[in-house]
Ligand binder design. Structure first.
Ligand code: NAI
Length: 242
């Protein structure tokens, strides 16, 4: 078993997940990242994590496939012997007005952004309950708090994650497992690169879009430093929804 603390970050090969993995590695964690498609991005993130001193491995599995998740989490546990921190970060968008939204686009987003948290968290908390220690951070969105035209599927999934976070915090607090969520605003990643965000900065009190690193710092705070915080949703949005 690793002497160091161990974190598992889903969708950790790029964007916000990658920044979270790096932040946790800098905080002394061995970080396992999960990814689904891009081997090159995953390998490059692992190389970066290793250069920080983290014993990192990329585990390729689809978080929407229960069997694949169970096998993937089993492999993480076989490698490290424990999981101290889980970041449920993997997510996608399939935007469009609800009236014309196909059930495929509805289901893809609910499966990837919400059902994945069920699949991944269940085997992980079985281990955390035995450890009597653990911290989970779910990647929600301000859209889950406030809604957004054209994102009914995404808002439903991200709001679902908030209910999930609060309920698990109540179920697992007595086992010394904390469960929190981060609600990012507009963050510059592949997910938002095709959106027309010109002028959005004017509505953000901090007058800029967020960077993956801005989210990673909040995730590390909740995962590691916030030892008496559970069931909370921390908006990290430059003040957008104040
Ligand atoms: P991204 O598109 O750069 O990264 C998404 C990650 O999820 C990728 O690593 C991808 O491989 C992984 N992923 C997607 N489907 C997967 C699957 N089936 N199995 C395993 N991994 C899968 O997006 P970004 O921006 O880094 O998003 C990360 C999280 O932050 C998502 O949950 C997103 O909804 C959330 N978020 C992002 C915001 C933004 O403005 N970029 C705002 C609010 C929330």
């Amino acid at each position: 078993m690793s002497d160091k603390k161990v974190a598992l970050v889903t969708g950790g090969s790029r964007g916000i997940g990658r920044a979270c993995a790096i932040e946790l590695a800098n905080a002394g964690f061995d970080v396992a990242i999960n990814y689904v498609g891009n081997d090159e991005a995953a390998n490059s993130t692992v190389e970066e994590l290793k250069s920080i001193g983290s014993d990192s491995v990329a585990f390729k599995f689809d978080v929407t496939n229960e069997e694949a998740v169970n096998e993937g989490v089993k492999q993480v546990i076989e490698k490290y012997g424990k999981i101290d921190v889980l970041v449920n970060n993997a997510g996608i968008t399939r935007d469009g007005l609800f009236m014309r939204m196909s059930s495929d686009n509805w289901n893809a987003v609910i499966n990837t952004n919400l059902n994945s948290a069920y699949y991944v968290t269940q085997p992980v908390i079985k281990l955390m309950m035995k450890q009597r220690f653990g911290s989970i951070v779910n990647m929600s969105s301000i859209v889950g708090l406030y809604g957004n035209a054209g994102q009914a599927n995404y808002a439903a999934a991200k709001a679902g994650l908030i209910g999930f976070t609060k309920s698990l915090a109540k179920e697992l607090g007595s086992r010394n497992i904390r469960v929190n969520a981060v609600a990012p605003g507009f963050i510059q990643t592949d997910m938002t690169k095709d959106l027309k965000l010109d002028g959005v900065e004017e509505h953000v009190p901090l007058r800029r879009l967020g960077l993956p690193e801005d989210i990673a710092k909040a995730v590390k705070f909740l995962a590691v430093d916030a030892t008496y915080v559970t069931g909370q949703v921390l908006a990290v949005d430059g003040g957008l929804v104040v």
